[in-house]
Design a protein around this ligand. Sequence first.
Ligand SMILES: O=P(O)(O)OC[C@H]1O[C@@H](O)[C@H](O)[C@@H]1O
Length: 150
Amino acid sequence: MRIVIAADHNGVAMKKRLAAWLADRGHEVDDRGTHGGDVVDYPALCASVGEQVAGGRAERGIVIGGTGGGEAIACNKIRGIRAGLCHSEFLAEISSAHNRSNVLVLGAKVIDEEEAVRITEVWLTTPFKGGAHQRRLDQIAALERGEPLA
Ligand SMILES: O=P(O)(O)OC[C@H]1O[C@@H](O)[C@H](O)[C@@H]1O
């Protein structure tokens, strides 16, 4: 799978750990930065990841921040992105099974690197359930297009 990843200054070490773990598992990793310790603003990183995924150039995206709260808001502004902020394996499972999230958001101030690996594994391997969840995703897509819901 081609996976695009980014982090702000809070998540550089966690991004490095996840990128190595993903590469070890055979994924192609597109690292969009940031790479150093300087403070950066996360919205452009979120846009970079989101545009790659929404444009079909990556199958999934991962964004790491401090809490991930701002990153989730920013990622979900990109049309076609369903970003899930997941700080447990349960949340990751539901995010994939129900929400078919195509971007995983993590907070490096909330979870440690080993938790991040476990959460990512669950998120990547849990299949979407479809059914009623697809109907709800279709409704979300209609909201995104500015269409009224019945
Ligand atoms: O590290 P500072 O700049 O204080 O705060 C940025 C973080 O605040 C949260 O919205 C995001 O998770 C972002 O990473």
